[in-house]
Design a protein around this ligand. Structure first.
Ligand code: 2BA
Length: 107
């Protein structure tokens, strides 16, 4: 069994859950925060059999879109400490980890 941990954008989170549940996968949605942008994102956990991992990844690929975000970074120290400059980063589609599950129980 595998645990798929997918960090996705909030905009894609609800549609991803809908698509997974529609296809019979069990999923849990967590409200999370990205370490770089410090903005809210969504982490979806999916526990599934090994042979279904590619199906779950296909759903994630179909739903989650890359988007450009502009973030302001501080220029530096001293006089520059109070100024910032914008940079553009591409976020997503999704950051996905696939973990081996040692034991799974529903009690
Ligand atoms: P954030 O950490 O808020 O990162 C948002 C986006 O900022 C990243 O998009 C990437 O394009 C950029 N970025 C992140 N760290 C950077 C850095 N040190 N320098 C320059 N640009 C940087 P994604 O790569 O698509 O990541 C989206 C979110 O997925 C991340 O939000 C974070 O919450 C999660 N994530 C990504 N890689 C991860 C990892 N190795 N471990 C844990 N979480 C991860």
């Amino acid at each position: 069994m595998k645990l798929i941990v997918a960090v996705v954008q909030d905009k894609d989170g609800a549609r991803l859950l809908d698509a997974l549940v529609e296809r019979g996968f069990r999923a849990t949605k967590l409200a999370t925060t990205g370490g770089f942008l410090r903005e809210g994102n969504t982490t979806v956990l999916v526990g599934t059999e090994d042979d279904a991992v590619e199906d779950v990844l296909a759903v994630i690929r179909a739903v989650c879109r890359p988007r450009q975000h502009v973030v302001s970074l501080p220029s530096g120290t001293g006089v520059d400490a109070y100024t910032s400059y914008p940079i553009e980063v591409q976020v997503g589609g999704a950051t996905v980890f696939v973990l081996d599950v040692v034991r799974f129980e529903r009690v």
